[in-house]
Design a protein around this ligand. Structure first.
Ligand code: PLP
Length: 366
């Protein structure tokens, strides 16, 4: 079997990022769930997480959590997407905790737990939608009464706490004020059920900015962190917020050059639509040196999500299975790229999640 395209991961740097997250969160009284969905929880990269000091792994996909368990993980497992009713039995047998927002799902989980894990209640966290408009209770009275109902009427479940997610769909910034809205909801529920909640889960990687700025609202004691451990890129690129001391560029795509030729930069003939039914813009820059590498949109998702490491290499676009590069500047500068060469690219969250889900790609921990 050929071994390209390939994604490599730097074990030591990833381990350091996990340790940094655990340490920095601990100083603020926060526990970390290590979210593995950004790399599809693939078996090749999971060992770094399995051997870490995390005590909880999380994913939106139950298959990935099961894989972690099958590979020997004995710590906690958290499902961070609201469960499908059709997966309720797997949720209670495979995971320890799930994030929830619907009574019908909670009832299904309760029934499944009573039947399959009668001695081990399934833990649930109720999600509050604070304006991001993805999952969570919008009506906070409904959230509080549902919490009371879980506590009093669903013996198969244990109400572990409340949570929120800020910045995934609605592109909200997790400011201190926004995050803080979760706290009175938690306190009200505690008053109504007459005990403390164990978990107030304040958000995902973007919420890490509250931690490093030292203004995480009092009461938040849990974060679910994927991107800021794996890539530590988005808070810097999108929010201008340093992600130091996290390591970046842990993952590298290596792809093989299969053609290098001088060609016009403007398509010759009548222009209509490309392989995806779109009509892109082509700039006419005359005859240019171009290279094809054997990796494509089915592997990457979006050509804007990979970043050539070699100076002078520019991504023009591509199709399902090809990426087209303008490499004229490499040659102008006295360099060379030839068929059979391996070119390297840095990744972001989008390309990492696509590449690790592609069965054409090979994975190497180094
Ligand atoms: C994906 C997800 C996370 C982790 O997000 P990152 O931005 O990768 O840290 C946390 N919580 C929920 C509910 C998620 O869906």
């Amino acid at each position: 079997m050929s071994s390209y395209p390939r994604v490599t991961a730097k074990t030591e740097k990833l381990r350091e990022n996990i340790d940094t997250a655990i340490r920095e969160c601990k100083e603020a009284g926060i526990r970390v769930a290590g979210v593995i969905k950004g790399f599809h929880g693939i078996k090749e990269f999971l060992p770094v997480y399995l051997e870490s000091n995390l005590n909880e792994l999380a994913s939106s996909r139950i298959e990935q959590l099961k894989r972690a368990r099958d590979m020997g993980w004995t710590g906690g497992l958290m499902l961070v997407r609201v469960p499908m009713i059709s997966e309720a039995e797997d949720v209670v047998t495979i995971t320890d905790t799930s994030l929830n927002s619907e009574t019908a799902v909670l009832e299904a989980l309760n029934q499944a737990a009573l039947k399959l894990t009668p001695n081990k209640p399934h833990k649930v966290i109720l999600m509050a939608d604070l304006g991001d408009l993805r999952e969570g209770f919008w009506d906070k009275e409904e959230m509080i009464s549902t919490a009371v109902r879980v506590e009093k009427e669903m013996p198969g479940l244990h109400l572990a706490g409340v949570g929120t997610n800020i910045g995934c769909y609605g592109a909200l910034v997790p400011t201190k004020e926004k995050t803080e809205e979760l706290i009175p909801i938690a306190r009200e529920i505690e008053e109504r059920i007459g005990r403390k909640l164990e978990i107030v889960s304040g958000g995902a990687s973007t919420s890490y900015m509250r931690l490093t700025d030292g203004d995480m609202p009092e009461g938040v004691n849990h974060l679910r962190l994927g991107e800021n451990i794996l890539l530590a890129r988005d808070n810097e690129v999108y929010h201008g917020h340093s992600t130091e001391p996290m390591n970046q560029n842990i993952f590298t795509l290596q792809a093989e050059v299969i053609e290098v030729k001088d060609k016009p930069s403007y398509p010759q003939g009548q222009i209509h639509v490309d392989a995806f039914g779109h009509t892109p813009y082509y700039e006419d820059r005359g005859i240019r040196k171009r290279a094809l590498v054997a990796v494509g949109r089915v592997d990457i998702g979006d050509f804007n999500d990979i970043f050539p490491k070699m100076e002078g290499v520019e991504i023009l676009g591509g199709s399902s299975d090809h990426t087209i590069l303008d490499v004229q500047q490499v040659f102008d500068a006295g360099g060379e790229i030839k068929v059979g060469d391996i070119l390297e690219f840095d990744l972001n969250y989008g390309s990492l999640v696509f590449l690790t889900g592609s069965e054409n790609v090979h994975f190497v921990l180094e």
